[in-house]
Ligand binder design. Structure first.
Ligand code: NAD
Ligand code: TDX
Length: 359
């Protein structure tokens, strides 16, 4: 039985990954979820797995060396899947420091703990151990509207404090692979969407606002392009790279599903109108008139687009969920989890939201 240390498992992608892994491997794996439970971490996301014998939750900060070392001392960890991060670009523009602490120093603490636990006296590493660092396509910077893709060989060119902190953490992982032959992979994924996504990110924010007849903030001209991937496809990609990826390699994960932000908003509005039954009072609230152009994000990257050729060729991954299906599944999930949305949009998040948009 393999033991996985998943960091940031109470967040959006981490919790989807944990659900995916238990569906796939059932009782053949043990997952330890180490999460600080920041505003973005929510144990409600994991209610259906919390009583499993092969699941353990540890509340800790990845920057806390003692707490992290303790997890390695008390468990024979085989695999680390490192999601924990500050993940929202707008927050990084307002307050960069926590991004450097968590994303850079936190990653260093984890690397050192795993290295100390896995390194043999001759400087090689125990068989079968792997550290998978989950990163983003934003480290590559911004593409021109009319062409080009991010490949694993594309030079790093981060623009926001968030992407700079993720780029720094990737570089640290690379340096451990190069210097110590530390057994790791890096994955750089495009924009995810799906269940449990915190409604500060574009898609859940638009769904939530539209259902309440609240304005839909569009940054700049709305023509920035993102390459959207259904979160379960990301989870599958991570599992495949863990199992079949060559050590010391980077794999880009992306959907070949480029859309302008304004297109995304229109698709969401059309899908909501289509899915809401006649007579549902929310149907009347969902209107194109809610679209509100607001000041652009500072340093707003124009276009992201991943070329997933390497991951397809080497481990057989491809994006299985068409955007039309993924967005319907996501909207259906939000319909069925109104209480979840109410809980996460109360308190601190609400305060942040008001300061951010003033609309
Ligand atoms: P998220 O913000 O939803 O979740 C982050 C999780 O990390 C939360 O549970 C939070 O409590 C935890 N966390 C934060 N700081 C911590 C700390 N110091 N110690 C321990 N736990 C801490 O993020 P997400 O969208 O699920 O992203 C997960 C990872 O995937 C991140 O590394 C992000 O950079 C990367 N990524 C995200 C996307 C995307 O579209 N969301 C795309 C590509 C890569
Ligand atoms: O209110 C909004 N209005 C708007 O126009 C918000 C929240 C966003 N946007 C735009 C900005 C982006 O062009 O929508 C696009 C998507 O924005 P986000 O959802 O904030 O995602 P992005 O900045 O692209 O970053 C995401 O993808 C890569 C994740 O947040 C990162 O964690 C991941 O690494």
């Amino acid at each position: 039985m393999k033991t996985y240390l998943v960091t940031g498992g109470a967040g959006f992608i981490g919790s989807n990954f944990i659900h995916y892994m238990f569906q796939k491997y059932e009782n053949d794996i043990h997952i330890i979820n180490l999460d600080k439970l920041t505003y973005a971490g929510n144990l409600e996301n994991l209610k259906s797995v919390e009583n499993r014998k092969n699941y353990t939750f540890v509340r800790a900060d990845i920057c806390d060396r003692e707490a992290v070392n303790k997890v390695f001392a008390e468990n024979e960890i085989d695999r680390v899947v490192h999601f924990a991060a500050e993940s929202h670009v707008d927050r990084s523009i307002r307050d960069p420091e926590i991004f450097v602490k968590t994303n850079v120093l936190g990653t260093l603490v984890l690397l050192n703990a795993a290295k100390a636990a896995w390194e043999l006296p001759d400087g090689t590493f125990s068989e079968g151990k792997k550290f998978l660092h989950v990163s983003t396509d934003e480290v590559y910077g911004s593409l021109e509207e009319d062409g080009g893709y991010f490949y694993e060989t594309t030079p790093y060119d981060p623009h926001s404090p968030y992407s700079a902190s993720k780029a720094s953490s990737d570089m640290l992982v690379k340096s451990y692979m190069d210097t110590y032959r530390f057994p790791a992979n890096i994955t750089n994924c495009s924009n995810n969407y799906g269940p449990y996504q915190f409604p500060e990110k574009l898609i859940p924010l638009i769904i939530n606002n539209a259902l309440q007849g609240k304005k839909l903030p569009v940054y700049g001209d709305g023509k920035n392009v993102r390459d959207w991937l259904y979160v379960e496809d990301h989870a599958k990609g991570i599992d495949l790279v863990m199992e079949k990826g060559r050590l010391f390699e980077t794999y880009n994960i992306g959907g070949h599903n480029e859309k302008q932000n304004i297109e995304i908003i229109h698709i969401i509005l059309d899908t909501l109108r289509d899915m809401l039954p006649d007579g549902d009072p929310r149907k009347k609230l969902v209107s194109d008139d809610l679209i509100t152009y607001v000041e652009d994000r500072k340093g707003h990257d124009r276009r992201y687009a991943i070329a997933p050729d390497k991951i397809k060729k080497e481990v057989g991954w491809y994006p299985e969920t068409a955007f039309e299906d993924g967005i319907r599944k996501t909207i259906q999930w939000f319909f069925e989890h109104e209480e979840w949305m109410k809980n996460v949009t109360s308190g601190n998040y609400q305060k942040y939201y008001e300061e951010m948009y003033q609309i």
